[in-house]
Design a protein around this ligand. Structure first.
Ligand SMILES: *[C@@H]1O[C@H](CO)[C@@H](O)[C@H](O)[C@H]1NC(C)=O
Ligand SMILES: *[C@@H]1O[C@H](CO)[C@@H](O)[C@H](O)[C@H]1NC(C)=O
Ligand SMILES: *[C@@H]1O[C@H](CO)[C@@H](O)[C@H](O)[C@H]1NC(C)=O
Ligand SMILES: *[C@@H]1O[C@H](CO)[C@@H](O)[C@H](O)[C@H]1NC(C)=O
Ligand SMILES: *[C@@H]1O[C@H](CO)[C@@H](O)[C@H](O)[C@H]1NC(C)=O
Length: 505
């Protein structure tokens, strides 16, 4: 034992007599604090600083025999602003059918697995919306290089999902991102048919990927619709025509049920949980409490969300429509923005707006959006004529007449879970656009494998992240795993990369 540690241990021992804490050496020197901070940052990040030399990526040797594949090849040394070699990838537009005059094409970017990843597996990723580009997930959440808020340039992602297997990002349905054609989807089966058509054409070119174990993942409101419906479509209709072996589903922060369930019932409870973050005045808090009481929100969880559930869970009022007097979620957002102009419904802990290459969700600057740059489009074989937008704010809706499909909890989600080997639903606990407790309500209200809801409760500290410790709660029963991650915002793999990679495994 060196003299220093000896002394520290002794101090710790003396303190230990009076303290409930285990013996911990005190860290007071700024240098030591900085060393600790850098160690911690490594655990949540984004790899080396842009200035540090980055070793060339080591990826599994994957080659495609079809000469058409080479038209899609992306040279990993040429991606604008990325100052390291990302390794080989493939990107471009592929039609959704074999018809020679097919005008509808989806844009994809495919990455092979890292050295320790599996060549037997293929992960599919989609963002939600509807109409949000999946290239957001690639560059901000789980891709091999990330350009997150506050970063001056992209950096390598130590926790890329390519560490696990190949990953395929697709901008879907028609009307999203660089994808081509006139949107005409009327429901989720139309979306599923488009995507399956695309995948069939994709596999004709990249036929080495045929037969892979397939994991269908995505985020947000609309991934909650897309993933169960497309999975159901694949299980029920295309087992013989789509040469992929669908094994698992991942949805983070999805919509599975009505707005009133995901947003209104848990809104005031959420404010109390983060009372010091919202910093509302007492009069307003009292008003919120009286709305919650009047509208049957305040005791909803205690009364109805039991483990196991006692029968079907009721709506708090007469219908799924929200009475103006019972509108809590919108009112809270308005009040929060008044106090904290940086209020971010996707991650309520924010108190400042960082520079962001996307100018989203809050725009602090005018930037040319990365994917709208001609040099970026050139490298990834994207159409130069498309004004790329993260969401088609200005373009036609991807569902021109709306989406008539019902929320999946009442329709296809149970089948998708039952037919998959593993389904995962993840929720960031600092997300207010969709609230974790709403998802808990949904999960206690539908049947999987002949039984309703989880039988056992989510225990404190039940979600343990390697090298970090407890970071939330989880429960796993009958093929469905549900995880709540502390501090994570809506874009969970971006906010909580280590935890997300671990859950995805
Ligand atoms: C990758 O695989 C191809 C085809 O199997 C082979 O020709 C090539 O030499 C391999 N490259 C490396 C770097 O192993
Ligand atoms: C992921 O792969 C990269 C590149 O090979 C490697 O540097 C990194 O340590 C891997 N991350 C994990 C969590 O294994
Ligand atoms: C709350 O529940 C009670 C009893 O179930 C019901 O009579 C009442 O209408 C509900 N309140 C609202 C605002 O829906
Ligand atoms: C309390 O907050 C509410 C909602 O933002 C606001 O309308 C009201 O003026 C505030 N009252 C005080 C005393 O700050
Ligand atoms: C779980 O933690 C909460 C505080 O967050 C506490 O009130 C509750 O008693 C704990 N539950 C158990 C079973 O320890």
């Amino acid at each position: 034992m060196t003299r220093l540690t000896h002394t520290l241990a002794l101090v710790g021992l003396l303190c230990g007599v009076l303290s409930a804490w285990p013996v911990i050496a005190r860290i007071t020197s700024p240098n030591l604090l900085n060393v600790k901070r850098l160690e911690a940052v490594k655990l949540s990040s984004r790899g080396p600083n842009a200035e540090e030399a980055v070793a060339p990526p080591r990826v599994k040797n994957i080659t495609f025999a079809n000469p058409k594949a080479s038209q899609f090849f992306v040279d990993g040394t040429t991606i604008p602003e990325v100052n390291f070699d990302v390794g080989p990838s493939w990107a471009g537009l592929i039609p959704i059918s074999a018809a020679p005059d097919e005008s509808r094409k989806l844009f994809f970017w495919f990455f092979p697995p890292g050295l320790e990843g599996s060549l037997d597996d293929l992960i599919f990723w989609t963002n939600g919306g509807p109409g949000y580009s999946s290239l957001e997930g690639l560059l901000k959440e789980n891709g091999p290089f990330l350009w997150g808020p506050g970063q001056a340039r992209p950096t390598q992602n130590e926790y890329s999902w390519t560490n696990l297997s190949s990953v395929l990002y697709v901008e879907q349905p028609v009307g999203t991102g660089y994808s081509q054609g006139t949107p005409d989807a009327k429901n989720e089966n139309d979306v599923a048919a488009q995507l399956v058509g695309f995948l069939q054409q994709f596999l004709e070119i990249f036929s080495e990927l045929k037969g892979k174990k397939f994991y269908f993942s995505g985020e947000s409101q609309y991934a909650g619709m897309y993933i169960p419906y497309i999975a159901n479509f694949i299980f029920e209709n295309t087992r013989s025509t789509l040469d992929l072996d669908l094994q698992g589903l991942w949805m983070n922060d999805p919509v599975l049920s009505w707005d009133i369930v995901h947003r209104q019932i848990p809104a005031v409870d959420f404010v109390h949980k983060y009372e010091h973050v919202f910093a509302f005045n007492h009069t307003f808090l009292a008003q919120l409490d009286s709305v919650a009481t009047m509208c049957n929100y305040s005791d909803y969880m205690a009364k109805h969300v039991t483990y196991p559930p006692q029968g079907l869970l009721p709506l708090p009022g007469a219908s799924t429509d929200i009475d103006l007097a019972c509108e809590a979620w919108d009112v809270i957002i308005g009040a929060a923005q008044l106090i904290n102009p940086a209020f971010n419904i996707y991650h309520v802990l924010d108190t400042s707006v960082l520079w962001d290459v996307w100018g989203f969700p809050v725009s602090a600057q005018d930037t040319l959006v990365y994917y709208d740059r001609a040099d970026v489009k050139g490298v990834i074989h994207a159409p130069l004529t498309v004004d790329w937008e993260l969401s088609n704010f200005d373009g036609p809706d991807v569902f021109p007449d709306g989406d008539v499909s019902l929320p999946p909890a009442f329709t296809v989600l149970p089948n998708g879970i039952e037919k998959s080997k593993r389904s995962v639903i993840v929720h960031g606990l600092a997300d207010f656009i969709l609230i974790a407790k709403g998802t808990r309500i949904v999960l206690q209200n539908f049947q999987v494998a002949g039984m309703q809801g989880f039988r056992e409760p989510l225990l404190n500290d039940s979600f343990i992240v390697d090298g970090v410790g407890a970071l939330g709660k989880m429960q796993s029963e009958r093929g469905l795993t549900y995880v709540e991650i502390s501090l994570a915002g809506h874009q969970v793999p971006g906010y909580s990369p280590v935890a997300s990679l671990q859950v995805m495994k």
